[in-house]
Ligand binder design. Structure first.
Ligand SMILES: *[C@@H]1O[C@H](CO)[C@@H](O)[C@H](O)[C@H]1NC(C)=O
Length: 148
């Protein structure tokens, strides 16, 4: 009986840690602390809006593309250019293993996103941002959150 209880507990914990969906304001706080606000000239609202349309704030989101590459994590960063996975090892501009972009700790994903903004000179990399966020009034995205 005891062993069964432990097994149930382990299964529960594994399920809980499997996929993390951040709330908008929690992300706002993390992004703000990581100095994303106005990074590359893009206000906090741009980042929160972009992450929403890219992943719906799901840190474990993975999207396989037709060319065999995969978009990873909260910012849907692609393995072809930016990270290293089993199939694609060559470019890896962010010097990071792709699965590191799927963790609850967003440090690696944020560092890589900053690099993308620098190297591609803006946020056009993100289709979701281009389609839904670019040029819009984005102040609503941090409304009600404890960020300045
Ligand atoms: C988050 O993404 C993972 C991987 O794509 C998926 O299995 C999971 O169901 C998603 N979670 C939610 C709540 O959508």
């Amino acid at each position: 009986m005891k062993a069964a209880g432990v097994v149930v507990l382990i299964v529960c914990l594994a399920t809980v840690t499997k996929s993390k969906i951040y709330t908008r304001c929690k992300l706002a706080k993390i992004f703000s602390r990581a100095k994303l606000d106005n990074y590359g000239g893009f206000s906090l609202g741009n980042w929160i809006c972009m992450a929403y349309y890219e992943s719906h704030y799901n840190t474990t989101a993975q999207t396989p593309l037709d060319d065999g590459s995969i978009d990873y994590g909260i910012f849907q960063i692609n393995s072809f250019t930016w990270c290293r996975d089993a199939k694609l090892q060559e470019m890896n501009h962010c010097h990071v293993a792709c699965p590191a972009l799927l963790t609850d700790d967003l440090t690696d994903a944020i560092i890589c996103a900053k690099k993308i903004v620098k190297e591609t000179q803006g946020m056009n990399y993100w289709q979701g941002w281009k389609k839904h966020c670019e040029g819009k009034d984005l102040s609503e995205w941090k409304k009600g959150c404890e960020v300045s």
